[in-house]
Design a protein around this ligand. Structure first.
Ligand SMILES: *[C@@H]1O[C@H](CO)[C@@H](O)[C@H](O)[C@H]1NC(C)=O
Ligand SMILES: *[C@@H]1O[C@H](CO)[C@@H](O)[C@H](O)[C@H]1NC(C)=O
Length: 310
């Protein structure tokens, strides 16, 4: 079943010229995440697939070309609230707080940002009209940036195969969910700065960090897991939601990561970040008007959750 699904998704994504065009639902994430996903969405549209992009009515920069259909759903927050949640988050990164405080405040801010996007997902599932539209549209698959889990929940809800397009999850989830071997004695956890040759104490440290990650991510995603369990009417865990993804398209380069075994359905597409090039804009002060700064702040975010994005 997994193999079959894999094959279908591959054919669907890569060989549209050889097969009938498909119908794809895209559940993106706002900000810089969307900038590179847009390239893929536009290419798929160009190749004759029918693509529908599902976006919240309030968003930063989810612009698309005319070619793909955009379906919006109502949300209960304002653009100002969205901006504030994120500005606070970025401001904390730039504050240079001393050690335990920086971790605590960053965690607090992350919870706040996650909550904002959780509300977005709740709003989506509260929109009967949107759900009905999605159900009746007969999509073949979902392409989603899964960082806030909404796309994965939606795919599970409609029992559709799904493809992840992403930079990375916190807590190693993108290696854990596809069940990549990740022996704690050889693959260092994020922020430990260990190499693949660890001393005994470094291995102990690695194991402790892995334990902490479990706590960290479970509480970061607590609301979302609870909500998904309600929607799907079964008890789901963080990994349950993710582990049936057909393909993982990973927006980074294997050679910049710790050496580790990965599964055959994980594809590294780091070069896509360079598809759209423009000179950098001039940054003068913090609440900025420049697209690139929004994307820069998300780079910080990416850097924070998954190590090295630069
Ligand atoms: C945590 O975040 C909330 C909301 O953003 C804020 O009111 C509270 O003061 C923060 N607490 C700490 C310790 O930063
Ligand atoms: C989709 O619509 C069909 C037919 O109207 C219905 O039986 C099914 O329960 C719906 N699925 C979801 C997930 O709402």
């Amino acid at each position: 079943n997994m193999t079959l699904r894999l094959c279908c998704a591959w054919i669907f994504i890569l060989l549209p010229g050889l097969s009938d065009a498909g119908k794809l639902l895209v559940v993106p994430m706002d900000g810089s995440h969307w900038l590179s996903m847009r390239q893929v969405v536009e290419k798929l549209t160009e190749r004759g697939h029918e693509v529908v992009v599902l976006i919240p009515e309030v968003s930063w920069q989810m612009k698309t070309t005319q070619a793909c259909t955009v379906k919006t759903y109502p949300v209960s927050y304002t653009l100002e609230e969205l901006d504030n949640a994120f500005h606070e988050y970025v401001a904390t990164h730039l504050k240079d707080l001393p050690f335990p405080l920086n971790v605590l405040v960053l965690y607090n801010n992350s919870v706040h940002v996650f909550h904002t996007f959780f509300v977005q997902c709740k709003n989506l599932f509260n929109s009967k009209e949107t759900l009905q539209y999605l159900n009746q549209s007969g999509f073949d698959a979902i392409l989603t940036d899964p960082i806030f889990m909404c796309g994965a929940t939606l795919a599970n809800y409609f029992s559709l195969p799904f493809v992840f397009f992403m930079r990375g999850f916190p807590c190693n989830l993108h290696y854990e969910a596809p069940q990549c071997p990740s022996p704690l004695s050889y693959t260092p956890r994020l922020f430990t700065f260990n190499s693949d040759r660890m001393t005994f104490f470094q291995r102990v440290e690695n194991a402790l960090v892995a334990l902490l990650e479990l706590v960290y991510c479970n509480s970061l995603y607590k609301d979302m897991i609870k909500f998904s369990s309600e929607v799907l009417q079964r008890d789901v865990s963080l990994l349950d939601l993710l582990n049936s993804a057909s393909i993982w398209l990973l927006r980074f380069d294997f050679v910049f990561e710790y050496v580790r075994p990965v599964m055959p359905n994980m594809v590294f597409i780091g070069g896509i970040n360079c598809a759209q090039r423009k000179p950098l804009c001039k940054v003068t002060h913090f609440p900025m008007k420049c697209d690139y700064v929004v994307s820069g702040s998300l780079v910080i975010w990416n850097f924070f959750i998954s190590g090295n994005d630069l």
